[in-house]
Design a protein around this ligand. Sequence first.
Ligand code: FE
Ligand code: FE
Length: 306
Amino acid sequence: MSTILEPGQIEASAVMPPFLHLPPANLFELRAARLERLAEGHALGDYLRLVAQLCHLQQRLVDHPPSDLPVAEARQRLCLNHGLPPLAADSLVREGAWLVWLQALIDELQAPASGPLAEALRALRASDETQRKGWGIALLGGQYDAVPPALVPFIGAALQAAWSSWLLALPATELKPAGSLGQCPACGSPAMAGLVRNRGKHNGLRYLACSLCACEWHVVRVKCVYCESSKDLRYTSLEDDRHAPGKAPLRAECCPGCNTYLKHCYLENDAGGDALADDLASLALDIRLDDEGFQRLAPNLLLAPG
Ligand code: FE
Ligand code: FE
């Protein structure tokens, strides 16, 4: 474990940085490939490979969406005009258009004959719509303890596939910053992780990746995304002999002001970084920071905490 201070970073460009970085249409395929790479020789390799399988399924759903955008154009327009997220997770999860995505995911899943995964799928298949909707509402509301832990990745995967597909169908370039730095402008969900981008007009800029729809929005660097303080921020990475100090591809921005942290992928140090995959592959860092008393506020919808 090394702790290094990041030099005060001046934004890479004097012109207004692009507010959005939208995910590509094959985002889940790229994520699956990243997870499969990270799984090699990893202590949680089997788990990462299981999540990779889920990502392949998510990609199939996005390629063949079981439902269209559930928000009519007039409502999108109204939201955009008022600076509200047009894919607001808290209301859309209750309206339930995502449930056909969960059913499609369940239909595509191939369960092993026995074991914990088979059991989880049996419980999922036996559940009715009211139950499923309740789980979705709980998961997006951060109430992980109201969802059976083994079911979290499946519910989370269906929600993500639906929201990402809807995001890609939105006139999203008009999105405005949400009420707080760590909140997605498209769906209002909290950020899962940050990415310091390495290419083109986004080079050197920090984007936060949404835990639900995978939209990325710009936030200036060296600023706590939760309390907006820039004081005494500290950057912590997992000890890794392959990387020189300050060159770690994944670092947590830790804020002593509010005792929280958020992980960041530094794409200049590893261009293949993916917010969700790299987050899951670095759970050891969460354990370490938890020991140090830092609180994690960023959800990962494919993992039940603890
Ligand atoms: Fe979002
Ligand atoms: Fe803070």
